[in-house]
Design a protein around this ligand. Structure first.
Ligand SMILES: Cc1cc2nc3c(=O)[nH]c(=O)nc-3n(C[C@H](O)[C@H](O)[C@H](O)COP(=O)(O)OP(=O)(O)OC[C@H]3O[C@@H](n4cnc5c(N)ncnc54)[C@H](O)[C@@H]3O)c2cc1C
Length: 257
């Protein structure tokens, strides 16, 4: 079904044009369509944004594995005697599992957009001075309303050694296919804590460096205290320090705080 109309200048005209197909963008697009609008959504990458592709969903898939490992450890105390308790983490298979989960959910978003007759335009959307949106440097679309939902990118904190190949962002660590023996997590916020819990369960020696007086400094103190206890139980060591290290730290993989 042809969904759009044309503006006076002959370019496709939508009631709403959404730039960005993450949770903010696709939900806005679907809602606008359900309210009767003809809607276009512009996304240059895979639908689902950070959350589905590199954020909430991949980390939860990994956390589920961490939970399974914990259950294996607890099994014998519950009367389930495993004949052979040894197991190894197969990272390439783990990454494949995560990719399958991501694909299923991003496919679900595509299906939802289609079911709601949102037109998905593949490419980079650039808002122009005249209020039109240029898609992939060639097609122009117009919207009576334009929603910018471009999300955010991984921040690279300005510390010496940050460009070392040893440093991974949350994007990269979620596709890591070979486990190192140890991991230093810089930043004890929600993402850092999730990474620490996941990779400690996978058998790595994990240190978390947080410069504030407590982990999860933006949350209630009781939550910080609970998380500190949980990490301790899991063998994760918290180092209370400012992350900037000597540049040798990151090149020699040794902490000198
Ligand atoms: C490791 C990690 C774990 C997380 N875990 C959680 C969690 O458990 N719970 C939670 O609530 N949040 C979590 N988050 C945060 C969550 O991912 C973000 O809050 C959420 O994705 C923001 O949604 P958004 O739609 O605003 O932006 P995004 O998800 O970043 O989506 C923006 C989209 O816009 C597209 N885009 C940008 N510019 C253009 C352009 N010019 N043209 C076309 N497309 C464009 C991008 O490709 C992207 O797909 C996590 C984040 C990370 C990194």
């Amino acid at each position: 079904m042809e969904h759009k109309t044309e503006s006076k200048s002959g370019t496709p005209l939508y009631d709403v044009v959404v730039i960005g197909g993450g949770p903010a963008g696709y939900v806005a697009a679907i809602k606008a369509a359900q309210l009767g609008g003809n809607v276009a959504l512009i996304e240059h990458d895979t639908l689902g944004g950070t959350c589905l592709n590199r954020g909430c969903i991949p980390t939860k898939a990994y956390l589920k594995n961490a939970e399974i490992i914990e259950e294996i450890h607890k099994a014998s105390s519950r009367g389930i005697k495993l004949v052979n308790e040894a197991f190894v983490i197969d990272m390439p298979e783990t990454v494949k599992m995560k990719n399958r989960v991501v694909k299923k959910l991003t496919g679900g978003v595509a299906a939802l957009l289609k079911a709601n007759k949102v037109e998905v335009l593949k490419g980079i959307g650039v808002l122009q001075n005249d209020g039109t949106v240029l898609v992939n440097e060639k097609n122009i679309v117009e919207g009576k309303k334009i929603i910018i939902a471009g999300g955010s990118k991984v921040a690279r904190i300005p510390i010496p050694g940050i460009d070392s190949p040893l440093v991974m962002s949350s994007d990269e660590i979620l596709s890591m296919e070979e486990l190192p023996g140890s991991l230093v997590v810089i930043g004890g916020g929600v993402i850092g804590i999730e990474m620490a819990l996941i990779f400690a369960a996978f058998g790595l020696v994990v240190n978390v460096i947080e410069m504030e007086e407590r982990l999860l400094p933006f949350m209630d103190k009781s939550i910080s205290a609970f998380i500190a206890q949980l990490l301790k139980k899991k063998g994760v060591v918290r180092i209370a320090a400012v992350a900037p290290c000597s540049s040798e730290y990151l090149t020699n993989s040794r902490a000198s705080l």
